[in-house]
Design a protein around this ligand. Sequence first.
Ligand code: CTP
Length: 399
Amino acid sequence: MSTSNKRLLVVVTGGIAAYKAPEIVRRARSRGAEVRVVMTPAACEFITPLTLQAVSGNPVHTELFDAAAEAAMGHIELARWADEVLVAPASADFLARLAHGLAGDLASTLCLATAAPLTVAPAMNRLMWDNAATRANVALLAARGVRMIGPEAGEQACGEVGPGRMSEPEAIVGALFDALPAGGLVGLRVLITAGPTQEPIDPVRFITNRSSGKMGYAVATAAAAAGARVTLVSGPTALAAPAGVDVRRVTTAAEMYEAVMAEVAAHDIFIASAAVADYRPEAPATQKMKKAGAALTLTLAPTQDILRAVAAREVPPFTVGFAAETEHVLENARSKLTGKSLDMIAANEVGAGMGFDSDENELHVIWQDGDTLLGRASKNSIARRLVELIAARYRAVRG
Ligand code: CTP
């Protein structure tokens, strides 16, 4: 875990997720950061300035025209003081203000007046997140270099389920403090597969698996943060497209194969994190199958191995596979590394709350003449370390 003495300005805007702000401040301070907090008037409806004053150890600023606060540390001084600015939670309204350069209150004025890097952790109802206005604001901010952390998909305070929940404080602070050496993948194009595939049995039924896509999406986010141009070929997931990543959505293994083969020549690195179905129903019924009393036998046909096909190309990209194993993790992964002619393989033991459909993971990463263990941590943190390793190995073997 890295520590720092950076000066972090945390801007808290209005939303239920404001209750997580004190935990962010506490964790940032435990990493050695000096923290000052600014709240919007709406944020003060959800949590009191006194709480954030207590955890940050500094007075909390809320008003643009507060003579006493301006005398102690004026808003321009505060904007200059920060090494980094984090907006968490960032409401839809605040993202819109940022995108349009509004400066009607202290929080937005500071974001406009600072030269420090800006990171936002959005939190809002899933429909607000998916709204075209928010999508456009997020794209504009990402294009200007604003870094996004989350949001995550899941159950929301409003009772709905979908993308819009603020990332957990641990993930946000990890992203701020465990940053990659800037630009490890600058100038490179990275193609990533993620999620499960669905193989139709008939028009209403399919075979799939428990993959959530979280690991692949986290790898895509980390690769983009490291400066790569990222294309993500995703099976069906509940996850929002990571900012700045070109997402192609597919359903079946055959569609994923086609999408990858159409893209691969234009990419330098291929990372296969998808849980592609190894088999599909050989002859999906065109009409809904009716139940009959007797047992039903489905004939399954093998799908194409996308990873193997990419690695077997005449000029393959730097190719990274994943291996989910329930036993003999290292031996099985090593034999996949050589069997499929990969440059690297990331193996994990599935089960015990890790791997499929969980928020944490542990990976054993193996290449021709070395290996390293990325110990149990959040998928976001593991993804950043994996991307760092891929960047280092790529530079070592491809220059
Ligand atoms: N993979 C792929 N296309 C497939 C199947 C798998 O690209 N049709 C990729 C996965 O994305 C992953 C790796 O291959 O990177 C997994 O390797 P694989 O040997 O298929 O693993 P398992 O399916 O777990 O194999 P086994 O059943 O032999 O353990």
